[in-house]
Every structure is written in C-alpha cells, then in structure tokens.
Design a protein around this ligand. Structure first.
Ligand SMILES: Cc1cc2nc3c(=O)[nH]c(=O)nc-3n(C[C@H](O)[C@H](O)[C@H](O)COP(=O)(O)OP(=O)(O)OC[C@H]3O[C@@H](n4cnc5c(N)ncnc54)[C@H](O)[C@@H]3O)c2cc1C
Length: 328
C-alpha cells in the first residue's frame, strides 16, 4: 500500500460558491479519536499512512500479501452450495466424517469439511442465500451516482491537490474528486463522482442498463454546469475515459435476519451473520452506499475483528463451544 497507494492527508469540503464547510486534516482527526498503531505513523513524522487507491490495485496488493504457504488462491472458482453438518448435528468426535462445512463448487468439486467458512462473496453472496432463509429485500433509495475515471497519469485537478479529497456541495448535487494510486510504478488516476436524488423509476432501466458511457458523461456534465461546478471538476468529467452510473438501493438496517439455528433477538435489533460455522463479512453482511467510501474499509475491519476473535480459539481441535463463543 505504501508503495502503490496515493497518500491522502486532507478532505476539503466547499460549496460551489467557494464557502469552506469542512477542512479535515486526516492525521489530526484519527489521532484525536483513538489510539494509533505505530505502523500507521510515518517515520518522517509527516502524518499518517492513509491512502486512496483504485480497487483493482488494492486487490492486487492484498492478493500479493497472502502467505503463499498458508493460503491457496483459486481466482476462477465459484462456490455453488454448502452444507453445514455442525448445524444439523451435535458436535461429536466419533464417526468417519469429521464435523464441518462442505463446499460445493461450480466445476463439480466438493471440498471440506472445514471448521469455519468465511464468506466474503459480496453483495449478492451465494453463501448468504444458502444460510439465510429470508433474503433481505432492497429498496430504491432515490439516490444515483455517476463515476468518471481519468486516463492514467493525466492530471486535471489543481496543482498540489493529489493528497486531498475535494468535496463540492451544490443545490441538488454533491461532487467529489480525488487522485488514486493505480499501479506499482506510482501510476495515478483521477476520479470524479456526482451524487444526486432521482428515483430509479424516472429513468428507463436500472444500474448501467441502457447507459452508454457518453450519455452518462454528457448527463454528468449537464448537471455540473447547471449548478456552477468549478471548471477543474468539469474538465475532469470531460477527460474521463471510463464513466458509469449506479442506483443506490438499501435494506432496512434493523431487519432481523434469521440465520441458521443461531439467530438471536435483542429488542428486535440483533442480527447474527453465521449459521453454525459459517461467517459472512464485508458486503455479504452489510453493503454500504458506494458514495460513503466505507465499504472496502468495513470489509477489511470485519476481517481484522474476526481474526482477533479466532486468535483466541484454542489451537488444535476446535471445540464447538469455543468456536461459538469466539463468533458470538
Ligand atoms: C461504484 C462503487 C464505488 C465504491 N467506492 C468505494 C470507496 O470509495 N471506498 C470504499 O471503501 N468502498 C467503496 N465501495 C464499496 C466497496 O467496493 C465494497 O464495499 C467492497 O468491495 C466490499 O468488499 P467485499 O470483499 O465484501 O466484496 P466484493 O469486493 O464484492 O468481493 C466479493 C468477491 O467474491 C467473489 N464472489 C462472488 N460470488 C462468489 C461465489 N459464489 N464463489 C466465489 N467467489 C464469489 C466476487 O467475484 C468478488 O471477487 C464502492 C462500491 C461501488 C459499487
């Protein structure tokens, strides 16, 4: 990340009329709100290591960091089904088949049994569909987002703003520009985001259906021009080589999802994302609106928290009770 991400130090929010709404020094805010790990602090004392990075590049960095002797990576393997023998029966050491979770893949292979399956298979999680009888139903939020990505190495944003996220607020339109790490050799790409309210029903099709790149780009430019967006933001829209639009859908966050035999209620608000020895994390458990810039962060935090809990489980044979208490 340090080699490839774009260091991000500041978030500057302004109205299109030039009024400053927020000016956040990221290092200051993080220090004020919590204990900062020494790894996060730059050796030269110039703040924290915090980055903006394109998702394909983040994925490459994370895959490269996997301990090869411990983790097998099968990029084209699609999970189809799983059976959780530990949820069906009481834990027993007897019998030929060890208790655990069996995974069935599209290529016909079945693997397992596993003590624990950690499913980070995204917003349409196949594992969630197997484990949770009643799938959450999403609703249109009425918010749409357009994303434009500039060509590699081309700079349109103001001089010296690489380490800054710029937010612009106008009547009916929120805009964001940023510079992102895009490759191991220090490549950078600029990105522009426009968020506005417009129910999906008013636009034919949903997501990217019927939306040619140029149409989204033209529409974005029209909206920005209408509200008097800064010229540098409009230039970034004009120069973008990739453009797409998504509608934000949402679920009732407190919908009590029944999960296997372990669903628990606490004033109707508790959800347990596990069925026996299956755990969901990231978007599979809780998708975030794309414009909050939090979804990937949350997925990584989930993995960190889960690892912290599992570290406390005894080494060797995992007793069901111990695993359960760790997952609790
Ligand atoms: C347009 C957009 C912009 C965003 N911007 C930001 C941002 O700026 N900052 C931020 O933090 N977040 C952002 N997010 C959210 C972020 O991308 C997600 O929250 C994050 O990727 C979730 O990570 P995940 O690992 O849970 O799921 P994913 O990244 O969706 O990964 C799931 C993986 O599982 C694989 N998979 C799916 N089904 C199966 C199966 N059956 N078998 C095997 N593999 C399977 C998929 O191929 C995929 O590789 C954005 C999202 C969108 C859509």
């Amino acid at each position: 990340m340090r080699a490839t991400g774009q260091e991000c130090k500041r978030v500057l929010s302004r109205t299109v009329d030039g009024e400053t709404l927020l000016d956040i020094d990221i290092a200051e805010v993080v220090k004020r709100f919590g204990v900062v790990s020494q790894d996060l602090i730059r050796k030269d004392g110039a703040g924290l290591h915090s980055f903006t990075i394109m998702r394909d590049e983040l994925q490459r960095v994370l895959i490269e960091a996997l301990p090869k002797d411990l983790v097998e990576f099968h990029p084209s393997t699609t999970l189809q089904d799983l059976t959780d023998s530990t949820a069906a029966d009481e834990y027993t050491d007897e019998g030929n088949q060890a208790p655990g979770v069996m995974c069935k893949f599209e290529d016909g292979r079945t693997m397992g049994p596993y003590d624990l399956v950690v499913a980070a298979d995204g917003i349409n999680s196949a594992v969630r569909q197997v484990c949770i009888s009643e799938q959450p139903k999403s609703k249109d939020s009425g918010i749409r987002i357009q994303f434009g990505v500039g060509p590699e190495g081309v700079r349109t944003r103001p001089e010296g703003s690489e380490g800054e996220l710029h937010q612009w607020f106008a009547d009916g339109l929120y805009m964001l520009t940023g510079t992102y790490g895009a490759g191991p050799e220090g490549e950078r790409r600029e990105m522009v985001v426009a968020v506005f309210a417009e129910p999906a029903a008013t636009i034919e099709g949903n997501e990217n259906a019927n939306w040619e790149v140029s149409e989204v780009q033209d529409d974005c430019k029209r909206r920005m021009t209408q509200v008097g967006a800064p010229q540098s933001v409009i230039d970034l829209v004009n120069g973008s080589e990739r453009f797409f639009e998504v509608a934000v859908r949402y679920c009732d966050p407190f919908q009590p999802w029944g999960v296997g035999g372990f669903a628990q209620q606490d004033g109707g608000r508790t959800r347990r994302f596990r069925a026996g020895h299956v755990v969901l994390l990231g978007d599979a458990a809780h998708a975030m609106p794309p414009f909050l810039g939090q979804g990937a962060n949350q997925a990584i935090q989930d993995a960190f928290c889960l690892a912290e809990q599992l570290r406390q489980v005894d080494q060797g044979v995992l007793m069901k009770q111990t695993m359960e208490s760790a997952l609790q």
